[in-house]
Structure formats: C-alpha cells, structure tokens
Design a protein around this ligand. Structure first.
Ligand SMILES: [Zn+2]
Length: 200
C-alpha cells in the first residue's frame, strides 16, 4: 500500500487520503482530517463533522460485491464534497461517485443520498462479455472518462481516454471495437459533471 505521512499530524495514510494544500506558507500534503480542520478554521465553519466514514460493501445486479471508500472534503464555507470510490492496489479505481452538499447538512443524510445513487448505478449493466469480447448490452452506455496511464498508449502526444463502464476499465481501443457492432448507426454523446446523478 502506498502510504505517506501527513505533513501536519504525521499520521501515515494512503495516498488517496492526502491532499495538496496550498496556503501563503507554501504547499503541504495533508491528510483529509487535517485538510478539513484547516479549511474549517479558515472559513469559519464551526462544528464541522470531521469523522472519517467506514467503507461499505454494495452488491451490483450481477451479484458482484463492490467495496466503497469515502472521502469528505470541506471545500469552503458553503460546500462539502463527498466522494465514494473503489480501490485497486491502494488507488481509487472502478466505480467513482461525487456528491456536493453543504457543511450544515447531516453527514448521514448526505451519505444516504450518495448510497442511493450508488445502488441505482449498480442496478444496471451496460456492457457484457459476449462471443466477440466485451459488448454493449442495449444500445446505451453510461460511465466515466478517465485517462489511460498505461505505457505506450499515447495518442497524438496525449493520453487516450480510459472509460469506466459498470465499474470496469474499458480502453479506447476496446470501446472502438464495441462500437463497430453498430456500424452505420447514429450516436448521441452527453458529458455530465461528476457530481450529477447519471441515472436520473
Ligand atoms: Zn493529518
């Protein structure tokens, strides 16, 4: 596991739990708890619930269980982000969700909203393993756009997209192959912010 010390409290935490925090005094690598405590003090948010949330395991429609880790970050006086992500070798990967709330909202009602969204997403599968490899199940695909950081995949000097569909990584090339099943069809592409509900 890739652990680093928080430059404020010294606690060893996984990399996904560290934030580059820039202040007048320079940039510090802070654990989520120290980051939130510092932001709360700066923007004057009192009684901010800074307790870490335990991971939750949720079953997808195919019976596969997914373990979600949570990270709450205070982004200012009126905004809290709550993120849920799976881990692969200590790095966030697979299904990833973000919800934007306010510092005053009860943490558990916020978590409830996010978990409801996770359940809705895990209830649908957009791709399946077919005779010719991975295929689109039913003329529609939803997922997220990440970067393909594997070696030798640079395209026109930049990173090609790595799509995450049903929580699994689908390379740009693989996605192209999947689309060829529909040669001659039309398509519609809509880009949606990470914090919005994809299933609504
Ligand atoms: Zn810390």
């Amino acid at each position: 596991m890739n652990s680093n010390p928080c430059e404020r409290c010294g606690k060893l935490v996984p990399r996904h739990d560290l934030t580059h925090y820039t202040t007048d005094a320079g940039t510090l690598l802070l654990c989520t708890q120290c980051f939130n405590a510092d932001v709360a003090e700066r923007v004057g948010v009192e009684n901010f619930d800074n307790h870490p949330l335990d991971p939750i395991s949720i079953s997808a429609v195919d019976g596969v269980r997914h373990e979600f880790h949570f990270r709450t970050r205070l982004m200012g006086g009126d905004m809290v982000t709550l993120e849920a992500f799976e881990l692969n070798e200590g790095e966030p990967s697979g299904y990833q969700f973000q919800l934007i709330g306010t510092p005053g909202e009860d943490r558990f009602s916020q978590l409830g909203r996010l978990v409801k969204r996770i359940h809705a997403t895990l209830a649908t599968k957009y791709v399946e393993d077919g005779k010719y490899g991975l295929q689109i199940r039913d003329m529609e695909v939803k997922g997220s756009i990440e970067a393909d950081i594997s070696e030798g995949t640079e395209l026109f000097g930049t990173r090609p997209p790595m799509l995450v569909i049903d929580g699994r990584e689908v390379s740009w090339e693989q996605f192209g192959e999947m689309l060829m099943t529909f040669e001659g069809f039309q398509f519609k592409l809509q880009i949606i912010d990470k914090s919005e509900d994809l299933e609504s």
